[in-house]
Design a protein around this ligand. Structure first.
Ligand SMILES: [Zn+2]
Length: 251
């Protein structure tokens, strides 16, 4: 029964805005050569890797790379999720950092990855010596041959947060300075993907690890599922793959 005076109109407007944005992004953020991008995705999954996936906040990696990380774990790759902050500014709940840390552990378990949970200040991650030192330590611990993190250009939905841009910029700076061991770097949340991973066979696992971050999601399970599936359809418009995740391979 509909309660009189319930605020339906804002939800209708929000749903319309999201649908319009999704439609525009789906038209404008496709790889130039989708078949080549899909082939690059198959090549990434074709052998076991030492993967370091770096997310500024809880849930970032699951949202944009959860299916890819699950597929890498399935092929025997050593997958490490480094989550730099505990997302303590997400809400005013007193114990939100503990809740989000538990959710992050759950998400990493669904992916089948190792978790490194750090405590950089949510909302205040910026480029500089502290972030560089954190990345140095992660490289030493994981010795990655594949690094996955956020594109510092970040025009996709939810990617313009300053923390996101700082982390992507810090990784890009390492590459420019030649720090590291020639590892491959893949950016998610990118405006110009050149790698597509077909995640259709693991869309349920992707949705499950996305759903693990329940404290940060609005709406019933059906809406959460719709979010996960919708994000995974953003880049598949011109490919035979139904659900994909998209990356820009930098090196
Ligand atoms: Zn984030």
């Amino acid at each position: 029964m509909h309660r009189r005076g319930a605020p339906i109109l804002p939800w209708v407007i929000a749903a319309g805005a999201v649908t319009a944005a999704w439609t525009v992004w789906r038209r404008t953020h496709q790889p130039y050569y989708p078949d080549v991008a899909l082939h690059a995705g198959i090549e990434l999954l074709s052998r076991q890797r030492r993967v370091l996936a770096i997310g500024p906040h809880p849930g970032d990696l699951e949202t944009f790379a959860g299916g890819t990380l699950r597929l890498l774990a399935q092929n025997g790759s050593a997958v490490t999720l480094a989550v730099l902050s505990r997302g303590e500014r997400a809400t005013r709940r007193a114990n939100i950092a503990e809740i989000r840390t538990r959710e992050t552990e759950h998400g990493a378990a669904i992916i089948g990855g190792n978790l490194i949970q750090l405590s950089l200040p949510d909302g205040q991650i910026r480029t500089g010596p502290d972030l560089d030192r954190t990345l140095d330590e992660l490289w030493q611990r994981v010795d990655p041959d594949v690094v996955i993190t956020v594109d510092p250009k970040g025009p996709l939905p939810f990617c313009n947060n300053p923390d996101h841009l700082a982390v992507g910029a810090a990784v890009l700076s390492r590459v420019r300075k030649g720090i590291g061991c020639g590892e491959r770097v893949y950016f998610y949340g990118t405006p110009q993907p050149n790698v597509l991973i077909d995640i259709t066979e693991v869309i349920q696992e992707k949705t499950n690890c996305f759903r693990a971050h329940r404290s940060h999601l609005i709406g019933p399970d059906s809406v959460v599922r719709c979010w996960s599936h919708g994000i995974s359809r953003l880049h598949s418009r011109r490919t035979p793959a139904f659900y994909t995740e998209a990356f820009y391979r930098l090196t």
